[in-house]
Write a protein that binds this ligand. Structure first.
Ligand code: NAD
Length: 435
């Protein structure tokens, strides 16, 4: 369902009228395309406090020009990892304030912080302050700009994350706090087709977000397996054919789904994306047990079961990636969605608990994307006023597109993203819900 308001505000009379009425001003977002893969403009590298990060070589590899003299940077990286007290926070203010007006439309602001020090409450206070700062700035900047915070200890380990956040691929990711850990050795890969030679299975990939994820992983070189329910087999085959992949008609709630996937892929898989999901909304007082259990089965129980079976069978290769799909409904809660909210919050719990063990035991990372309002058939079915509210109630004042979730998934699936583990990254334009 097209966002007519976004088109209207893109016209001069629309812009004039909506400004006069004080209505939201969504800016067209600059997304990735093959002919425009990087942001247009330079990168401004600022520092607050004394930093030990060796950032310059990493930033030089982002493709953005650190010596750009246009005066309108496409991206600003503020290294505040060395800020340890309130005085240091004054340096954050002093560094960013003078340059904010110059940041290009659809520009990126990335603040770098350090993990909170459990033995130094002044450092912890200052570093936590960066979170409130980043989230507030994200709500102020407008013009399609995004603001995110990365907590890191090693610049090299954070390279894939910085590349993502400083590119058009992260157009709908704002107000997020991402922690990157120690560097995990990345298998050799081709920069343009990082998933070449790898197999990726995407559940619920016959349409919607799953189809976009399959497309994006195929663009990055993966052989994709398009899994969907047998009733959607025709669509799954259409997607698989287009992407030179394989269709796998299978209801993911089948007790033996994990074994059947392992059987269909005797050489194992590198990327497992749990995307299949359903809603069966009703307030709890009116919710029959069947509505409750069908949502919990598809969205959570089957994810737990197939993940366990595939890890136990060794079907997810070392260096592999598991990406599950949560939702902001699991963070903020939604009236009429106790079943859905519970299932999606369950995904967050799964990721946080399993991630360190899966990495230690299998060399596999486990993360989740948590979409906000994404324009798909699922959200097109939402009643008009709720749909409009969902679209506008975020810092970018518009819904996301399936490709936004897909790009975030592709970053998490990247062979160089081994230091990103146990993260739940919202793709929600910094939705006010669950903020
Ligand atoms: N669209 C949004 O705004 C939004 C927001 C937050 C989270 N999500 C989540 O993103 C994911 C994709 O959402 P979407 O909007 O593309 O939904 P969609 O309804 O368009 O697509 C879901 C796909 O999953 C498949 N599926 C459902 N049950 C299955 C099963 N038992 N086995 C195999 N496949 C099954 C469906 O056939 C369908 O192809 C879901 O997990 C959803 O909860 C979506």
């Amino acid at each position: 369902m097209a966002d007519r308001y976004l088109s209207f505000t893109g016209t001069p009379p629309g812009r004039f009228l909506t400004r006069r009425l004080g209505l939201p001003q969504p800016a067209p977002l600059r997304r990735w395309s093959a002919d425009r893969p990087s942001l247009d403009g330079g990168l401004l590298h600022l520092t607050a406090g004394k930093s030990d990060l060796a950032l310059a070589p990493v930033l030089a590899r982002t493709g953005l020009d650190p010596d750009d003299a246009t005066g309108r940077p496409a991206a600003v990286v503020l290294d505040a990892s060395g800020v340890r007290d309130v005085e240091g926070l004054a340096e954050v203010h002093a560094a960013l304030r003078p340059v904010l007006r110059s940041v290009a439309a659809s520009g990126r602001i990335v603040v770098l912080g350090a993990p909170l020090d459990p033995d130094d409450h002044h450092q912890a206070a200052a570093q936590q302050a960066l979170e409130g700062f980043t989230r507030s700035l994200g709500k102020e900047t407008g013009g399609g700009r995004t603001v995110n915070l990365v907590r890191l200890t090693d610049a090299d380990a954070a390279e894939s994350t910085l590349r993502f956040l400083l590119s058009p691929k992260s157009a709908y990711v704002s107000g997020q706090v991402i922690e990157t850990g120690a560097r995990e050795p990345a298998a050799p890969h081709d920069a343009d087709r990082p998933l070449a030679g790898r197999t990726a299975l995407v559940t619920g990939a016959a349409r919607g977000i799953g189809e976009a994820v399959a497309e994006t992983l195929a663009r990055d070189g993966a052989k994709v397996v398009v899994l969907d329910v047998p009733q959607a087999e025709q669509d799954a085959r259409r997607v698989a054919e287009r992407l030179d992949g394989i269709a796998l008609p299978l209801d993911i709630t089948a007790a033996d789904a994990g074994d059947r996937i392992a059987g269909a892929l005797p050489d194992g898989l590198d990327v497992l994306v749990h995307n299949a999901g359903v809603t069966r909304d009703r307030r709890l007082v009116n919710m029959p047990a069947e509505r409750w259990s069908s949502v919990l089965e598809v969205n959570l129980a089957s994810v737990l079961r197939t993940t366990d079976a595939l890890l136990a069978a060794g079907a997810v290769k070392r260096g592999g990636r598991i990406v599950a799909t949560a939702s902001i409904a699991g963070i903020a809660g939604n009236a009429g969605q106790t079943n859905y909210g519970a299932s999606k919050a369950g995904i967050t719990g799964l990721v946080r608990s399993l991630a360190p063990r899966a990495l230690a035991g299998h060399g596999v990372t486990v993360n989740a994307v948590a979409p906000g309002f994404i324009e798909t058939r699922m959200t097109a079915a939402v009643p008009l006023f709720i749909r409009e509210a969902g679209r506008r109630m975020n810092s970018l004042a518009q819904g996301g597109l399936p490709c936004d979730v897909a790009e975030t998934t592709a970053w998490l699936a990247h062979p160089a993203s081994g230091a990103v583990n146990g993260q739940v990254v919202r793709v929600c334009g910094q939705s006010l819900l669950g903020a």
